[in-house]
Design a protein around this ligand. Structure first.
Ligand SMILES: *[C@@H]1O[C@H](CO)[C@@H](O)[C@H](O)[C@H]1NC(C)=O
Length: 154
């Protein structure tokens, strides 16, 4: 039995070069101070949905939390993976690196996987799911996504 994480990794890596953004964001607006903070640390605003209601960063330790008005689901470009944000997201941020991340999961291969870290690597973002990583162009995250309607009960 092959490790499903391997397939996740393979698939993410394989699919990412096929992505080409069909839309070019005409205006880059920064929805909130938390989003501006992401920019300051070298990350695109699209890592957080728009419904941020509060955040704090300890600039000494890098510990942060972000509060969302509600838990939020978004579809991640370009492969349309469903991502779920808890109403409280925590982690440690320094320039170009988010670690000990809690509160963001992605649905792939019939399971939810916790995104444990994110690195900004030039024009790419590297998402970590445990020891597995997947790379996506940062420009896919130039816009802060809207939360999807709460249709499904499960
Ligand atoms: C920020 O982190 C530093 C180092 O861990 C700690 O000493 C300090 O108390 C923290 N500040 C706040 C406001 O939590």
């Amino acid at each position: 039995m092959a490790n499903p994480l391997f397939f996740l990794s393979l698939s993410l890596l394989f699919l990412s070069p096929l992505s080409s953004s069909k839309h070019t964001p005409s205006t880059t607006t920064t929805p909130s101070a938390a989003h501006a903070e992401l920019n300051k640390y070298g990350f695109p605003v699209g890592l957080l949905p728009i419904n941020v209601v509060g955040y704090a960063v300890n600039e000494t330790s890098g510990d942060f939390f972000v509060s969302l008005g509600d838990p939020c689901k978004v579809t991640l470009p370009p492969d349309n993976y469903l991502a779920a944000y808890s109403s409280r997201i925590t982690g440690k941020i320094v320039a170009g690196r988010i670690a000990q991340l809690e509160g963001i999961r992605v649905r792939a291969f019939f399971q939810w996987w916790s995104i444990t870290g994110i690195k900004s690597n030039g024009d790419d973002l590297v998402f970590e799911v445990g020891v597995v990583t997947a790379k996506y162009p940062s420009k896919n995250f130039d816009e802060s996504p809207q939360c999807q309607g709460k249709r499904s009960a499960s």
